[in-house]
Design a protein. Structure first.
Length: 185
């Protein structure tokens, strides 16, 4: 995956997508078939479908749908969706630089400097008497099993690249469902 430099990091017209736990994010609904994901992704741009390498025999065939913004120079996808033959759409990753902005109870999750996001998560949790959680990688995020916070290098800075997920076929948790293509960060 090619990364932008921090000097090139700028606010792009991201658009705003909503998130509903176990339902979906933006126009993408968990359980959709590949063709439905491609059709729904047209609101953002063009979609390219490829087959994911099989990481575990328990998982059915999985496809990766990369959605690129319209009208720009070729770059990293703004959104990457993962679709399983048995479970349908089970994961949506929003690129830190190009992806749509998604908020969780007013906290912006996409493209944030990871330390800043952690500070905001702590303040939010204290102000609302709720919990937040750290991922296995040490990144702070909402206490929502459907949001896996990932870090994406942008130059020398780590920025937030959330994955919105439900467990796929044969998996117990979202972490068990993490596609091998997402194990770069």
């Amino acid at each position: 995956m090619a990364f932008e430099t921090e000097g090139d990091f700028r606010v792009v017209e991201r658009g705003t997508w909503s998130y509903a736990a176990a339902v979906g994010v933006g126009p993408l609904r968990f359980g959709m078939a590949v063709s439905e994901v491609v059709d729904a992704a047209e609101v953002l741009g063009s979609a390219k479908v490829s087959v994911c390498r099989r990481q575990c025999a328990v998982f059915s065939q999985t496809w990766k749908v990369e959605v690129h913004r319209r009208g720009g120079a070729p770059s990293a996808p703004a959104v990457t969706a993962y679709v399983s033959q048995d479970a349908g759409l089970f994961g949506v990753a929003c690129d830190a630089v190009k992806g749509p902005q998604v908020a969780y109870h007013g906290l912006l999750l996409v493209g944030r400097e990871m330390g800043e996001l952690e500070s905001d998560m702590i303040a939010y949790a204290e102000a609302h008497d709720v919990q937040f959680r750290y991922t296995c990688e040490g990144h702070a995020g909402p206490d929502d099993p459907g949001i896996v916070m990932r870090a994406q290098p942008v130059g020398e800075v780590l920025r937030s690249r959330p994955l919105f997920m439900v467990p796929r076929d044969g998996a117990w948790t979202e972490w068990d469902s993490l596609p091998s293509e997402e194990n770069w960060g």
